[in-house]
Design a protein around this ligand. Sequence first.
Ligand code: SAH
Length: 370
Amino acid sequence: MLVRSAAGEPLGLGAYSPESQIRVRMWGFDPDVVIDQAFVADRITRSAARREALLAPGNDPAADSATDSAADSATDSARLVFSEADGVPGVIADRYGDTIVVQLTTAGADAWRDVVADALFSLPGVRCVYERSDADVREREGLDPRVGLMRGDEPDSALVAHEAEWSYVVDVAGGHKTGFYLDQRNARTAIARLARGRRFLNVFSYTGAFSVVAAGSGATSILSIDSSGPALEVARRNGEANALDIGELMEADAFTALRGLRDRAREYDLIALDPPKFANSERQLEKASRAYKDLNLLAVKLLAPGGTLLTWSCSGAMGAELFQKVVAGAALDAGRTVRIVDRLHQPSDHPIPLAFPEAEYLKGLVLEAE
Ligand code: SAH
């Protein structure tokens, strides 16, 4: 539909979501462009083409960029389409080898379902396009969940994503989101550099991707904590797939488990704290801030002198500045001197358009405690 300013001037074309709080999402700012099948297919194809360099075989995983932690590793897996950031609001597509997993989260995206599936299936080397439109946000758009095969053959039950020298089992049908946290690629690169000779605590480990990297990079001990039994079962398989001992897996609530470790005066040299999204909107920021503070306070207390904490917020509603303040408060309460030595961001296949800064959601701090 054509969107006009209050003065009646045409602004561009948007997709209407009658049930959503966000009533219109813009698909283009040229009111004369026709948004049809060819237009949508072209956006998908071009979006995938922008990831070609990242997915190119032979791109050297060891070649760190000048900002070291920002380097992308050689991989066969990447986010091909990232919603507004690629001009297709509500369309997310993640590629794992020959399999593409699609999430359609808005009414506008849902309307182009077949065009999106066809465009993705026609990309070179694709054997399967699978739908995981079961994110909570769909409910807020008034859309029913939809999961299942869209094109091609059923996904391989032993599907594996390859990145740098590691393999990660991807549970396409049952995993979180599309099965794997592609957005933490830069973190995996950072952990490979930081793990040698260190005792590693991986909190909110999911399927243990960080633990695999740490085990393969010389960590001396690893404890992974997650509340999801099925995620930890995949973590165990990930250890096997890489022929690595990834240490202890603990199924527990992170808050409780961290308190337990604190009470037993445990110490770690490297801690990763990658909690789920605590704030869906600005209204939840205060409560979310308290949760981030509690977690970071416990984590800082568990750090050995000279230890490193990697801590994230993936809540889009929480800005980088607020997150840093919350973590600073935690360090202050812990009575430790803590320095930011680096920052970690969502990788290049999760870009942030200058005109759509809301696409930035993943903020990480690399902290060193005295
Ligand atoms: N770092 C992981 C991704 C973490 S996603 C990776 O790179 O793959 C967040 C994880 O937190 C999920 O696996 C979820 O099961 C877990 N989780 C959510 N609430 C939790 C809680 N209260 N205690 C422990 N784990 C929790």
